[in-house]
Design a protein around this ligand. Structure first.
Ligand SMILES: Cc1ncc(COP(=O)(O)O)c(C=O)c1O
Length: 355
């Protein structure tokens, strides 16, 4: 983490240390996190879908959900997108006409989902250390706005450092807590996984995520009634129509990619962490520092020192600025100006070249 007054590391030194050496895997050229070893199996699964005559709401969707549930240690419902899972959770929480608190340092998907669910959105500041929601600012905003729900976003691949305290506060105040886990595949904090702190967690399987199905989402929750609600919500409430959902179904072809990716998750995350430890950490002393016992899925490798070759920022403009909210969120503004992302992409086929 950058401390005030800390000098940026020498960019040339950084570039030299970061550039892939002949023996290093080429982790810095963009690649979708797909393992070539899974290609044949994926084709087999797709053939199976074609033969099954069932291209939606079938066996592959269930197998993908089971694989995700096994990793997440929570029941899972697959969706066609993160947005579908988020809307299911927000609708279940009863946010219509109520206030939802969101961090400003997130993708516009987070506040927009709440707005589409009929809520008013108020923004909460983040911490500089983890880029995620600040417990102290949340406490103030809870007192001020009496929200129905809070959306906690795990930014960049790690778990928000204040997750436990935020969950306790929400439990004590009767506030529904939704974890936006769009970046958090593979994260772990002393054996605890994202989505297990609040009432629901929602993942994205968009094309650039640590594990991707091209498109897709998954909702996890420890509440059996929410799991049941989410299943109905994704398919227009069929067959009884007691739930006013829409079409957020996942195609069986996409579920097949989700399945092979979910089964590869541990390996992808271990590979990225090995690369980070060996090739990036020595060159980036100003990187985001994780607490003991936390593993990041390394969707992003965040540093607070300017770097020569960056994939950009996680977000370069906080949502309260984009939406023109007149609220003072100094850490969200600071984070937007003071962090960069070092490229790190899963390219296992090049690993055989490394020593
Ligand atoms: C924090 C966050 N939430 C939600 C989403 C939306 O996910 P999707 O595009 O799968 O709907 C994203 C997408 O990148 C994201 O970064």
């Amino acid at each position: 983490m950058a401390r005030p007054g800390q000098l940026p590391a020498d960019p040339q030194q950084q570039a030299a240390a970061t550039a892939a050496s002949p023996s290093a895997p080429d982790f810095s050229s963009f690649a979708i996190g797909f393992d070539e070893r899974d290609r044949a199996r994926l084709h087999e699964l797709w053939d199976g879908v074609i033969d099954s005559q069932r291209w939606s709401e079938g066996d592959l969707t269930r197998r993908f959900e089971d694989a995700w549930a096994a990793w997440n240690e929570l029941p899972a419902v697959a969706f066609g997108s993160w947005a579908g899972g988020a809307l299911a959770a927000l609708e279940y929480a009863g946010v219509k006409g109520e206030t939802v608190l969101c961090p400003s340092n997130t993708f516009m998907a987070t506040p927009l989902a709440a707005i589409h669910a009929g809520a008013r959105v108020e923004f909460v500041d983040c911490n500089r250390e983890d880029l995620c929601m600040s417990f102290e600012d949340l406490e103030r905003k809870v007192a001020e706005h009496r929200p129905r729900a809070v959306m906690l976003v795990h930014i960049g691949g790690h778990i928000a450092f204040d997750s436990e305290r935020i969950a306790e506060l929400c439990r004590a105040e009767g506030i529904f807590l939704i974890e936006d886990c769009a970046h958090a595949h593979g994260a772990d904090w002393n054996g605890r996984r994202p989505g297990s702190y609040g009432d629901a967690g929602v993942y994205s399987f968009y094309a650039t995520k640590t594990v991707s199905a091209g498109e897709g989402g998954t909702l996890v929750s420890r509440h059996p009634e929410l799991i049941e609600f989410a299943r109905l919500f994704r398919n227009y409430g069929k067959p009884e129509h007691t739930v006013a959902g829409l079409n957020f179904r996942l195609s069986e072809f996409t579920a097949a990619i989700g399945l092979v990716q979910a089964e590869r998750l541990g390996e992808i995350v271990a590979w990225k962490n090995d690369v980070a430890r060996e090739h990036l950490d020595p060159a980036h002393p100003g990187r985001l520092q994780l607490p003991d016992g936390m593993t990041s899925g390394l969707y992003k490798y965040v540093t607070f020192d300017p770097i020569e070759r960056s994939t950009g920022k996680v977000y370069d403009q906080p949502c309260h600025r984009i939406m023109g909210h007149q609220v003072d969120l100094p850490n969200s503004d600071w984070v937007a100006d003071h962090h960069w992302c070092v490229p790190i992409y899963y390219r296992p086929e090049r690993e055989s070249l490394s020593t």
